[in-house]
Design a protein around this ligand. Structure first.
Ligand code: SAH
Ligand code: SF4
Ligand code: F3S
Length: 463
């Protein structure tokens, strides 16, 4: 356990007592998360700390004594959504002046955003950046005691605080962060500025957390990091990501291991070989390519060419039969031409991903790409995006068709879209729906595939 959390626990106890005196009942919190799985995992820690302070949870902000938005800065529309939602809280604060409104996460780690909140959103009480997460009990204590607004947006390369309580609602799947931050500085991306430099958790802490989760019945562990392939480089006793995977794979129990995100520049053949050897690691690699043009990739500072990427995929498909690839695509990077966009389209057609996350470039203040000429109009970029999406829908339908007749092992996650069905994912991360009951939730089932659509495949359970 970290000494920082020991100190914070004493603040948590004080907050609990203060709130009990003021409200005469258990306080209620509403935590909303914007952004990626890292933020989801952070929110589980925020809720864990709030539980320690006596809070119960509600999805309805109208019922809450404390509202926290954990924000994302990756694209402008993510930020606009947060500001829109914060704007809506003004009336609620007028009705209930005791309501505490907090903003945290990547977006508020940016100085220009903090200034805007200071000036234009006076009813926001508490603002804390990504590096201040573990100090939440102390910050809330300050707020309750002084009644003044509290801001903590310090810069840091971040100590890792182990031992924070985590509130997990899902008993079947769990996120486990293995590293924080990013050193890559892709020229379009804000993440390294708001999350600081790469730092890895000690393998012992990760293994212990996974042991506990699987002992409590969790069936799928997703290891998280902005670039999991550079895990362990800065540990006192360096360990590669491949080495970590093998250690997790050797733990007892019937569970699956997933991970994200892999950066292609650090995805080594050693790692592919390790995935092929591991029994529990899913045959699915999310390997964001961003662009199919080597010129654009270089301008993005991605450190691989189209040819290197294609070679890597070829190697993985040889070593791991049936491996599935998914990717992120960014269209309309500053200076990207139509011909360069077509190279991305042809790469998507050549690789045949199972699914894609597609984005239009969004200018982020402070990044290198924000200084670059960006002459292509947004409407044209949108048309490019639509072409990629249409091509991908065809590819996904075809790939799903090819699964008809196969039997897939599915981890059942919940009710399906159609009445009387359940749904889950295969180890290649493909959505599978089949007739079944609630008693199957959280268990593995073998499903014979009979029919396919572009978003899922359908079948019947085999005994
Ligand atoms: N660390 C991961 C990506 C994290 S951000 C990786 O390197 O693969 C998730 C995705 O958001 C990125 O892969 C990229 O496609 C997209 N993205 C990042 N910055 C963006 C920007 N400025 N505009 C649009 N999309 C962006
Ligand atoms: Fe952003 Fe690149 Fe880091 Fe991913 S690897 S978080 S895209 S800077
Ligand atoms: Fe967004 Fe921060 Fe994740 S910027 S994508 S929430 S790391």
């Amino acid at each position: 356990m970290s000494p920082l959390w020991d100190l914070q626990k004493t603040y948590a106890d004080r907050v609990k007592a203060m709130l009990h005196d003021r409200l005469g009942r258990a306080p209620r919190a509403c935590v909303r998360t914007f952004g990626c799985q890292q933020n989801e995992a952070d929110s589980q820690r925020i809720e864990g700390m709030l539980s320690q302070m006596g809070y119960s949870f509600t999805g309805n902000p109208e019922e809450a004594d404390l509202i926290i938005f954990n924000t994302c800065a990756v694209r402008e529309n993510a930020e606009d959504r947060v500001f829109g939602n914060v704007g809506e809280l003004k009336r609620q604060k007028e009705k209930n002046p005791e309501l505490i409104i907090g903003l945290c996460g990547c977006m508020v780690q940016q100085p220009h955003i903090t200034k805007r909140i200071q000036k234009s959103f006076p009813y926001v009480d508490l603002v804390f950046g990504t590096h201040a997460l573990a100090s939440l009990p102390e910050l809330l204590f300050q707020k309750l005691q002084s009644r003044r607004r509290v801001f903590d947006i310090h810069e840091s390369d971040g100590e890792i605080v182990e031992g924070l309580p985590v509130r997990r609602v899902d008993g079947v799947k769990a996120w486990v962060p293995i590293m924080y931050g990013c050193n890559n500085f892709c020229t379009y991306c804000i993440v390294p500025y708001v999350r600081g430099r790469e730092r890895s958790r000690e393998p012992e802490a990760i293994l212990e957390e996974i042991k506990q989760l699987t002992a409590n019945g969790v069936k799928e562990i997703t290891l998280l990091g902005q670039n999991v392939n550079s895990y362990g480089k800065n540990l006192e006793r360096p360990l590669s990501f491949a080495g970590l995977l093998e250690q997790i794979d050797a733990l007892p129990g019937d569970f699956r291991i997933r991970f994200m995100t892999s950066h292609p520049k650090d995805c080594t053949r050693e790692l592919i070989d390790a995935i092929a050897r591991c029994q529990k690691v899913c045959r699915h690699i999310h390997l964001p390519v961003q662009s199919g043009s080597s010129r654009v990739l270089s301008a993005m500072n991605r450190h691989y060419t189209r040819e290197q990427y294609v070679d890597l995929i070829r190697y993985a498909r040889e070593k791991i039969p049936g491996v599935s690839f998914t990717s992120d695509i960014l269209v309309g990077f500053p200076g990207e031409t139509y011909e360069e966009f077509l190279e991305t389209l042809s790469l998507v057609q050549e690789i045949e991903y199972d699914s894609l996350f597609t984005f239009i470039y969004s200018k982020r203040e402070g990044t290198r790409a924000a200084q670059m000429e960006d002459p292509v109009p947004y409407a044209e970029k949108s048309a490019w995006l639509r072409q990629i999406i249409a091509a991908q829908e065809d590819i996904a339908s075809r790939r799903h068709e090819a699964l008809v007749g196969e039997t897939l092992r599915v981890l059942v996650e919940g009710a399906g879209k159609h009445p009387g069905t359940v749904q889950g994912r295969s180890d290649q991360n493909i959505i599978v729906e089949f007739p079944g009951e609630e008693s199957l939730f959280g268990s593995f089932a073998n499903v014979k595939i009979e029919r396919a659509a572009n978003w899922a495949v359908f079948g019947t359970r085999e005994e």
